[in-house]
Design a protein around this ligand. Structure first.
Ligand code: APR
Ligand code: ZN
Length: 233
């Protein structure tokens, strides 16, 4: 049965009240990303960076999954083949919406990482600038992939894309690589490709199909279309 690979971005969590990055009023229109989302920014001012992620962690913890997250959880449950969800998002809304296999390529707000020994643990609600690692007392940072750092799990993602029969990108502007190039990987192995977004992304021309509109409406319809076809081919 067909393998479906789904890439999601901030747009899928927008209707859960979480900010996107590049829309009007988005996060990068309010914070200089070099100050809060780079290793250099963290070294310069750990207080500012921990405060930035503490605020985002609190907002994400209070957010609820929307029908798009729930629909993808259903698809993972009811699709007779493999459904691999690769998310650029650092919130836990896919899991809260019922998905049980999610690859977080940019890390997770709910996790902390020790820069000294590599230990990971559940982040406290508020991480201090000098938050100690429980293992080695070294300095802890949010377990988030910053600009200039390699995304996580690229080997697993590339393997999944190699066996994709259907690739969907949902709620992402296609401006950050390597995620923006995944559609090309999928096309190279003959997968059908669909972009599900509020508006055409930077890479919209790479997709065979486009479904425009708010994710909480478009994703449940897309999933229903897929599941209604199950057993027909
Ligand atoms: N439904 C569907 N799509 C939406 C909605 C919605 N309700 N609201 C916004 N969008 C779309 C926007 O049109 C835009 O194309 O979601 C996309 C959000 O784009 P970005 O803000 O650039 O977010 P994203 O693509 O996830 O950014 C990728 O950049 O800053 C880094 O690490 C960060 O993971 C992030 C990465
Ligand atoms: Zn440590």
């Amino acid at each position: 049965m067909k393998t479906i690979v789904i890439l999601t971005g901030a747009g899928i969590s927008a209707e859960s009240g979480l900010d996107t990055f590049r829309d009007a009023g988005g996060i990068w229109t309010r914070y200089p990303l070099e100050d809060v989302a780079t290793p250099e920014g963290f070294a310069r001012d750990p207080d500012l960076v921990q405060g930035f992620y503490n605020a985002r962690r609190a907002k994400a913890a209070a957010a609820r999954p929307n029908p798009a997250h729930v629909a993808l959880g259903l698809l993972q449950r009811d699709w007779p083949g493999d459904v691999v969800i690769v998310t650029q998002n650092v919130d836990g809304l896919h899991e809260a919406g019922g998905a049980d296999r999610v690859i977080h390529m940019h890390g997770e707000l709910s996790r902390a990482l020790c820069s000294a020994c590599g230990h990971r643990w559940d982040a406290p609600e508020n991480m201090a600038a000098d938050e100690p690692c429980p293992q080695c007392r070294g300095s802890a940072r949010p377990d988030i992939v910053w600009f200039g750092e390699m995304p996580y799990h690229m080997d697993r993602i590339e393997k999944a894309l190699m066996r994709a029969d259907l690739f969907a990108a949902i709620g992402t502007s296609g401006q950050v690589w390597p995620a923006a190039g995944f559609v090309q990987n999928a096309r190279a192995v003959g997968a059908h490709t669909v972009e599900i977004n509020l508006e055409p992304s930077e890479v919209t021309s790479e997709f065979a199909e486009s479904r425009l509109g708010p994710a909480s409406e478009t994703v449940p319809v897309w999933v229903a279309d897929l599941l209604s076809g199950v057993g027909r081919d």
